[in-house]
Structures are given as structure tokens and as C-alpha cells.
Design a protein around this ligand. Structure first.
Ligand SMILES: C[S@@+](CC[C@H](N)C(=O)[O-])C[C@H]1O[C@@H](n2cnc3c(N)ncnc32)[C@H](O)[C@@H]1O
Length: 274
């Protein structure tokens, strides 16, 4: 999947954008969008996907990719309404979502098809989607508006920094990492997200009893995931090895085609221990 440079778009997380209420909130999760006050309070630093001085190897590269007019328009119009600017300080999820509810973090939502389906199917949970890719963020913003999804917020930033700086320890009900870039060449393996230091950080942010759910169609990365998650002392496997795909994770189009061609998909679901 290609990424382009979010800093190049006219969209930013300006706290000055008017805040509207979605037309028909789904389910019983009729949370209000982020208020202007909350946005202003959260927006202590500008949106900074290319923040200089990063001390870790990025799991993504910025490349100019195709973005549709609709996605671009969504970025310009809806970013201030449904996104939370990156800031190097703790996020208050109750303020960000306008309600207290279990919060599930999704890292790298791509075009957001799965994110949309899961957020609609689980109206009692809050979903925080993190993605760096402009077209993907624009696409999910459109879905939030078109499907009136009240329980979803977006942060357009490197998830490593979001988890490190914005997510409080022992706070997440769950983490979803679906089909992360496999970085197949050996010299690029260092860019893979699922590696011991990041998983240790992530595990520390999950509440005891919460879960991390990863899925991949790259067998050798699945093996790495099993090893990394299995060696993290704060996590315990819910299955004996790979887990069956739970009903809440819908099959993607790509996955359906792959399965027809005999390709494998591996799900891993681990729980945070006390
Ligand atoms: C292969 S795509 C998978 C997208 C989606 N989860 C799916 O199943 O279709 C991986 C996505 O992760 C995003 N990504 C990679 N590293 C990231 C990071 N550190 N922070 C946020 N997003 C990241 C990429 O931009 C890309 O959109």
C-alpha cells in the first residue's frame, strides 16, 4: 500500500473548523462529535506526521499516492470534525468521544472498510483509528459521514508516537492491527510494526483483560507475530497458536479473493494479563 505525504494536503486538524452533529447517529452510541473546546484543548501541537527527530525506524514511507477528489474534499471538510490532532500528551478518551466507553485502537486502517464495519457493529465501544495515509484518512472520513458513525475518531500520525505519547497505561480495551505492511525484503524487516519494543509499549497501554488482535496474510510475518506476542510477558495467547477469525472482523475483498486462491490468513488474539 502506498502512502503519500499528509503534510502536503491542505487538510489539517485546525480547531477552528465548525463542529457539526452527525445527522443520524448509529445505535445507542449517539456520542457528540469533538467539541471545539476539546479540539482546542487537544491541539497543543500542529499535525506532524513527519515530525523531525523521531528516534525510531518508521513502519511506513511517505510517497505521493493517488487521492480522489472526494477523499480530498473529505479531508478539507471533515478533518476538524472527526479527527484528533496528534499532541505529545495524554488523550482524554471521554472528552474525545463525548462519552465513557471501552476504547479500541486500530493501527493502520488503510481505506477504513473494516474499521467502518466494526464500529457500526459494536456501537457500545469507542474506536480510535490511526493512519498516516491521506487517501485512507479521507476515505474513512467519508465513511463516518455517509454512515453516520458516532463512535469513531481518527488520528493522522505515526501510531508509534500516538501510542507512546497519547495513550495512557492500562487504558485500552483492545488493539486491532490488520494486515500491517509485511515489508517482505529482509533488509526491510526492521520496519515491521510487530516487533518486541513496540509490542511491549502497546501491551503496557492495554487494560488488564483487554486484547490485541493482529491478522496477516504473510505467513512468515505471522510466525514473527506469534513469537513476538508469545514472548511478551504482559500478554497471553487466547488460542493454541493462531486463533479462528472472530465474527467481528469482516473478511476484506482482498482476503476473500486470496482465500479462493488458496492463500492463508492468520489471526492472533492475545489478552493482557493483570
Ligand atoms: C497494508 S495496509 C493495511 C490496511 C488495512 N488495515 C487493511 O486491512 O486493509 C497497512 C496500513 O498501515 C499504515 N501504517 C503503517 N505504519 C503505520 C504507522 N506507524 N502509523 C499509522 N499507520 C501506519 C499504512 O499507511 C497502511 O495504510
Amino acid at each position: 500500500m502506498t502512502t503519500n505525504n499528509p503534510a502536503d494536503t491542505p487538510a489539517n486538524n485546525s480547531a477552528t473548523t465548525p463542529v457539526n452533529t452527525p445527522a443520524t447517529p448509529a445505535g445507542d452510541a449517539a456520542a457528540t462529535p469533538i467539541s471545539q473546546e476539546t479540539q482546542a484543548a487537544l491541539a497543543s501541537t500542529p499535525h506532524a506526521p513527519n515530525s523531525p527527530g523521531a528516534t525510531h525506524i518508521r513502519s511506513f514511507v511517505h510517497r505521493r499516492g493517488h487521492i480522489t477528489q472526494g477523499q480530498l474534499a473529505a479531508l478539507e471538510r471533515l478533518m476538524g470534525q472527526w479527527s484528533i490532532p496528534y499532541a505529545p500528551r495524554r488523550l482524554d478518551p471521554a472528552a474525545a468521544f463525548g462519552r465513557e466507553a471501552p476504547t479500541v485502537l486500530e493501527i493502520g486502517f488503510g481505506m477504513g472498510e473494516t474499521t467502518e464495519k466494526i464500529a457500526l457493529a459494536r456501537p457500545g465501544d469507542n474506536f480510535l483509528g490511526v493512519e498516516v495515509f491521506n487517501a485512507g484518512v479521507g476515505s474513512l472520513l467519508r465513511r463516518i459521514e455517509d454512515s453516520s458513525i458516532p463512535n469513531l475518531r481518527i488520528i493522522q500520525h505515526d501510531a508509534v508516537e500516538v501510542v507512546r505519547d497519547m495513550i495512557a497505561p492500562d487504558s485500552l480495551a483492545g488493539v486491532h492491527i490488520y494486515f500491517p505492511d509485511p515489508w517482505p525484503k529482509k533488509r526491510h524487516h526492521k520496519r515491521r510494526l510487530v516487533q518486541p519494543p513496540f509490542i511491549a509499549l502497546l501491551a503496557s497501554r492495554i487494560a488488564p483483560g483487554g486484547y490485541i488482535h493482529c491478522a496477516t496474510d504473510w505467513e512468515e510475518y505471522a510466525v514473527q507475530m506469534l513469537e513476538v506476542l508469545g514472548n511478551e510477558p504482559l500478554l497471553k495467547n487466547t488460542a493454541d497458536g493462531y486463533a479462528p477469525r472472530p465474527d467481528y472482523r469482516p473478511l476484506t475483498k482482498f482476503e476473500t479473493r486470496g482465500l479462493r486462491l488458496g492463500h492463508g490468513v492468520w489471526d492472533l488474539i492475545f489478552k493482557r494479563v493483570a
